[in-house]
Design a protein around this ligand. Structure first.
Ligand SMILES: [Zn+2]
Length: 305
């Protein structure tokens, strides 16, 4: 993050060069000794001053620090506000747009390309958290669980195995929460797969987004073009062309980020044997808006059947 001279942060002192390492915002602006850390933990923190990549600190080493200089933040692009919407049909959103597909269109929209890349990268992190969840449910060492889980090529098989383990290992309430999260995961995985398995194109009318079409539709279209001796070359003969605006891509990227964090929260909760903390945490997890909505949906479906 960007560091402003005079503001307070929580951070560490580099053991190599003595520089301040500002790691977290201090909402109290120097009013407290530092955040209360629960349990044993280590922080892996790089030092920007001497460029040491990994320094391990204990929780007791996290201290309030007042910045004595301005420091530039990460070169990451500022994030957009997610639209909360899925892709839209191009003909509805931009009636005048004509679609063209080709291998370099993604490069014409560098910001979209970055958000697209975030969707790809974050999914691998979601899979990683899901493997850790299996390890925690089975209460076994992480390495064989990870190896076993990641060896299953199909996501559907992975989730079936995980669900079978959860059904026998978890209490009824915990299993319900688990199922709600797996349902949300399935929806978000669908949105991500759809995006990354399509063809990306563009239109001069669409300034801030990319066009998308299904691979099968595109192959069919190519066959039509050949079959009509190029008379029906125009992409209006393509069955479906959609537009993902940058804010729609941001929705997918941030959904995956939420999912990654939430699966981590779930295994953290399942891993604890502190009965009082667990009761409070269970309530927090179930009242998270997306989870609550899914639990309510499951209850409605359950009542009908
Ligand atoms: Zn240093």
């Amino acid at each position: 993050m960007k560091i402003e001279k005079g503001r307070w942060y929580f951070g560490f002192i580099c053991p190599h060069c003595g520089a301040n390492i500002y790691s977290l915002d201090d909402p109290t602006q120097g009013g407290t000794k530092g955040p209360v850390a629960i349990g044993e933990a280590k922080f892996s923190v790089p030092c920007r001053s001497c460029e040491t990549d990994e320094i391990l600190f204990g929780t007791h080493e996290l201290v309030p620090l007042q910045a004595h200089e301005d420091l530039l933040g990460s070169p990451a692009l500022p994030r957009r506000k997610p639209s909360g919407k899925a892709r839209q049909k191009l003909s509805n959103r931009y009636p005048k747009a004509k679609a063209t597909f080709g291998i370099r269109f993604i490069e014409d929209q560098p910001e979209c390309a970055v958000i697209f890349a975030r969707c790809v990268v974050k999914w691998s992190y979601v899979e990683n958290e899901t493997a850790l969840l299996l390890a925690k449910i089975l209460k076994i060492n992480t390495e064989p669980a990870l190896a076993m889980f990641l060896a299953m090529q199909s996501s559907r098989v992975q989730i079936d195995v995980l669900t079978a383990a959860a059904r026998t290992a978890l209490s009824a309430d915990d299993f319900k929460l688990f199922q709600a999260i797996m349902n949300i995961r399935r929806t978000m995985e669908g949105a991500r797969n759809h995006l990354v398995h399509g063809l990306i194109g563009g239109s001069t009318v669409v300034k801030d987004g990319v066009l998308w079409t299904d691979q099968k539709d595109y192959v069919r279209h190519t066959a039509t073009v050949w079959g009509t001796d190029y008379a029906q070359m125009h992409t209006k003969y393509l069955e479906e062309v959609f537009v993902y605006e940058a804010d729609d891509l941001e929705t997918i990227a941030q959904d995956l980020e939420w999912l990654h964090r939430f699966i981590g929260n779930l295994w953290g909760y399942l891993d604890s044997s502190d009965v009082v903390w667990r009761a409070e945490r269970y309530h927090q997890l179930c009242t998270e808006p997306r989870v609550q909505a899914e639990l309510q949906r499951m209850a409605r479906v359950g009542q009908q059947s």
